[in-house]
Design a protein around this ligand. Structure first.
Ligand SMILES: CCCC(=O)SCCNC(=O)CCNC(=O)[C@H](O)C(C)(C)COP(=O)(O)OP(=O)(O)OC[C@H]1O[C@@H](n2cnc3c(N)ncnc32)[C@H](O)[C@@H]1OP(=O)(O)O
Ligand SMILES: [Mg+2]
Length: 241
């Protein structure tokens, strides 16, 4: 019989990330909130021994957020049985990623977008050989960023924001220079929020900038932040009825 050899460096990086991610899996705990829903896929891949995240640039002809960087994803459809289904269906439609080529690891604490959708981030590993085929109706470009950039950026600022429900605060904004492609990408808002949380979960160390969490209680502070945001939107919806 052939004995399995020692795990490769890539396999070890994945195994330690997998273990951390599973501790933060929210499962279906946020599945029944009465707001419209969307999902995004946070596709992780190992390149040169390091975790990387795949991101997209939205097509300019889209009605919502044209030209902005986001993860593959979209609104829930009736055929989707859960948040994971939505993320995988959208990733296939947008970048040609086959669902069976994704090792889904967990769902993280949701966020809320401009249109008041509850957006669930689904984390999955994809193969380092994956070649995206962007659907030009929705995606104009696909790129990867080392996950570490979201705790140790070289070009970072905060942007102020205010929602329609009167909730104000600030957002992370990263400029990532892809030297190989001689291109620069601006990653901000909800997309940056998910990327930072993922990096905090996996690396478990302090970032070089201020974050909205108590890093000693990352899970509970992420849930509290979400529930506060959710409550502000829900209260406003009720008072508008
Ligand atoms: C308060 C924080 C707000 C921010 O953070 S803004 C800051 C920076 N931007 C971000 O972080 C992006 C955040 N947004 C997102 O990630 C996504 O919008 C989100 C929430 C996942 C929703 O996904 P979407 O991609 O907007 O939704 P979707 O994929 O279901 O649909 C997109 C639009 O495309 C259309 N579409 C779908 N398939 C198509 C096709 N084959 N040909 C042409 N059009 C097609 C679809 O109808 C939709 O159009 P519409 O938006 O309804 O007008
Ligand atoms: Mg989409």
């Amino acid at each position: 019989a052939v004995l399995p050899g020692p795990p490769s460096a890539a396999a070890r990086v994945k195994e330690s990330a997998r273990r951390r991610l599973r501790e933060f899996d929210v499962g279906d705990r946020f599945s029944r909130l009465p707001l419209p829903k969307a999902s995004v896929l946070l596709p992780l891949t190992v390149r040169a021994g390091k975790l990387h995240l795949l991101l997209t640039v939205r097509a300019m002809q889209l009605r919502r957020s044209p030209g902005e960087v986001c993860f593959p994803g979209g609104k829930r459809e009736a055929i989707d049985k859960d948040e994971i289904d939505t993320a995988l269906r959208e990733a296939k439609e947008e970048v040609g990623l086959q669902p069976e080529k994704v090792e889904v690891v967990c769902r993280l604490v949701p966020g809320i977008d401009k249109m008041n959708h509850v957006v669930t981030p689904v984390v999955g590993f994809i193969e380092d050989t994956f070649q995206a085929t962007p659907n030009p109706d929705e995606v104009s470009d696909v790129f990867v960023v080392p996950l570490e950039y979201f705790v140790k950026p070289s070009n970072y600022k905060t942007l102020p924001y205010k929602t329609s429900s009167g909730y104000s605060g600030w957002m992370h904004c990263f400029i990532y220079d892809d030297h190989e492609r001689k291109m620069s990408f601006k990653i901000w808002g909800l997309t940056a929020h998910f990327a930072v949380f993922l990096a905090l979960v996996i690396f478990g160390k302090h970032p070089t900038f201020k974050v909205e969490y108590d890093l000693d209680n990352l899970i509970s502070s992420a849930e509290t932040n979400f529930m506060n945001l959710y409550a502000s939107i829900y209260e406003r919806k009720k008072s508008n009825l």
